[in-house]
Design a binder for this molecule. Structure first.
Ligand SMILES: [Zn+2]
Length: 351
């Protein structure tokens, strides 16, 4: 899988390789219109979804094994986790164990999540549990992800000659003020960082010539929100700030929601989480680490629509995501396969 370079938009070769491999492993396989590989095995309940992404960020890393470490683009994000799910699922059915698994290897996770969106729109199955493959160590399991509200503020004023700035309102100068006001209205600190709402201005664009008082300035603000908050609540707060400027003459403030993702959190006591805890204790011989992630991933989109109990799991150090020295420890990868096998056995053997 690592030797087949598959940056976002070029997943086709890897898709055919996986389709072939999954057929040989006994799955029934299809490749859908956007290029996702969907493989199914087993029958009846529980119905389990294993979902991982085939695409990686750009940048070839020569595939090389140094002692117990395997280097290559996608080693941790997320071919290692995807491969672990495939092997665990195949072994589960080779042992003639129960339940059914749908394995979705999707495209475009590092892009616009076209793969998972298409899957959600077309897959009619319902699932009892879902596991998304992203690195978080063989002994860790991620049970919560924050959501996102990406805002664009546009501040408009009248343009004029910059030799007489006192005659005009300056869109750039006012953008700073609007940004501060939005930040104050939206930012919220909670007892921990995960449950806080963070605000980061990421792009600012304004002005068209070095001798013109700018008449327009755009500010992009990346707002990350806890699971109990909806993206539209953030938009509402920002709009209220914009409206407070409507009384001021010569300034117009517009707010747009460019992207919105809901967060999610599954209970530490949910059967799916309990199955992982038990499996990690048995296979890794240590206490599992339960993580709440401050970013978001494809699992957010899935849970927002399906409400299925969902966790994110996979071998590898997520600090190596997108890194030029991306690599995975082979013993850890093998351990993650065993953990997933145990999880499947636990979920499919309890009535
Ligand atoms: Zn990933």
């Amino acid at each position: 899988m690592l030797k087949i370079y598959s940056p976002t938009g070029q997943e086709e070769k890897l898709a055919s390789f996986l389709a072939e491999t999954l057929k040989k492993l006994g799955f029934s396989v299809e490749i859908d219109e956007v290029g996702n590989v969907i493989a199914r095995a087993g029958r009846g309940h529980p119905r389990i979804l294993f979902c991982g992404h085939m695409d990686t960020v750009e940048g070839v890393i020569p595939v090389e094994r140094r002692r117990n470490v395997l280097f290559g683009r996608g080693a941790v994000d997320a071919k290692g986790p995807l491969a672990a799910m495939i092997v665990a699922a195949a072994r589960h059915f080779a042992e003639r164990r129960g339940g059914s698994i749908t394995l979705a290897a999707v495209v475009d996770e590092e892009g616009r999540s076209k793969g998972i969106k298409h899957f959600l729109a077309h897959c009619k199955e319902t699932f009892d549990y879902a596991v998304f493959g992203e690195p978080g160590r063989a002994y860790g399991v991620s049970i919560a992800y924050r959501g996102r509200a990406l805002l664009k503020l546009t501040i408009r004023t009248e343009e004029g000659h910059s030799a007489a700035p006192h005659l005009f309102k300056n869109a750039i100068e006012h953008a700073y003020k609007v940004l501060e006001d939005v930040k104050e209205a939206v930012e919220a600190k909670a007892e921990d960082y995960f449950h806080s709402t963070s605000v980061c201005p990421t792009i600012i664009k304004g002005g068209k010539a070095d001798n013109v008082v700018p008449g327009e300035c755009q500010v992009i603000i990346d707002v990350r929100i806890p699971p109990n908050m909806e993206p539209h609540q953030i938009l509402k707060k920002a709009k209220r700030v914009a409206e407070s400027y409507s009384a001021e003459e010569g300034i117009e403030v517009q707010v747009k929601l460019l992207d919105s993702i809901k967060g999610f959190e599954v209970s530490e006591k949910a059967p799916l989480v309990e199955a992982f805890k038990k499996a990690i204790r048995k296979i890794a011989g240590r206490e599992p680490i339960l993580r709440r992630k401050t970013a978001s991933c494809d699992a957010n989109l899935f849970v927002a629509e399906r409400k299925t109990p969902t966790v994110v799991y996979g071998p590898g150090n997520s600090k190596l995501d997108h890194a030029p020295n991306e690599n995975i420890s082979i013993p850890e990868y093998l351990q993650a396969i065993k953990v997933l096998e145990e999880v499947l056995q636990e979920l499919t053997s309890t009535p």
